[in-house]
Design a protein around this ligand. Structure first.
Ligand code: FMN
Length: 224
């Protein structure tokens, strides 16, 4: 399939806020992900997808998400809206957001800019159930947390023409960074082939601006 290269339009990002329902800031104190004694080479070489998982604590999972996705710096002036993060991203726009699904707290969005975890209510509870059932169908042996990736394409689509491939490349970079951070934290991780549009729609309504771009299971490894 042939694609057209993206190119900058010259438009500045506006970084519009996302309209979550009843956002409630959680006091999770996830701290930093524990990398133990593994060096980066060991992490790269030992990483494997793990499909048999038990629940890790919410703090452990949140620490992985935070370590992978925290924004250390947000640009100012003409670079306003450009974040500095561990993950590569076209134009430093970082459109991919991460939502954890916890059995007690429900959906929890990681607000990378303010470095806080925020419990949010679904607009459509039944659709959230459909999403979770789909995740379980794909990987029935994973009893850990689900991490859903939801992209906000509002800035990306105004800053670039033919922006779609940038989005998928950004989503892959986020998945790989989460996988390596999980490995370094001694947690198991497995991407799921589904996109997870149901999660985006359940939380944010049927808005074209929010695209499900991936999902993964994360948790304690169970010996095979
Ligand atoms: C985009 C993507 C989707 C994936 N979907 C699934 C999936 O639905 N089920 C599954 O068991 N593994 C899934 N995987 C994991 C791959 O099967 C796995 O990465 C591959 O077999 C290589 O194994 P390794 O990760 O242990 O090196 C997915 C990986 C990627 C990158």
């Amino acid at each position: 399939m042939k694609r057209t290269d993206p190119s900058p339009t010259g438009a500045a990002p506006r970084s519009p806020a996302i309209d979550w329902v009843n956002p409630r800031r959680l006091d999770l104190d996830p701290g930093v992900a524990r990398s133990g004694l593994l060096d980066f080479g060991e992490v790269l070489r030992s990483r494997r997808s793990t499909r048999r998982l038990e629940k890790a604590t919410l703090q452990q999972v949140a620490a992985v998400v935070r370590e992978a996705l925290k924004a250390d710096y947000t640009g100012t002036g003409m670079h306003e809206g450009r974040k500095r993060k561990r993950v590569i991203s076209a134009g430093a726009l970082h459109p991919v957001n991460c939502v954890l699904i916890d059995p007690d707290e429900g959906a929890i969005y990681y607000d990378d800019e303010n470095d806080v975890f925020v419990a949010v209510q679904p607009r459509d509870q039944a659709l959230l159930g459909t999403y979770l059932a789909k995740c379980e169908d794909v990987l029935p042996t994973a009893r850990g947390h689900v991490i859903g990736l939801i992209a906000d394409v509002r800035d990306l689509s105004s800053v670039y023409t033919d922006h779609e491939t940038l989005l998928w490349r950004d989503a892959g970079a986020v998945l790989q960074t989460l996988a390596l951070t999980s490995e370094a934290s001694n947690l198991g991780f497995c991407p799921l082939g589904i996109l997870g549009q149901e999660l985006a729609d359940a939380l944010l309504g049927n808005d074209q601006a929010f695209v499900g771009v991936g999902a993964a299971a994360i948790g304690r490894r169970v010996q095979e």
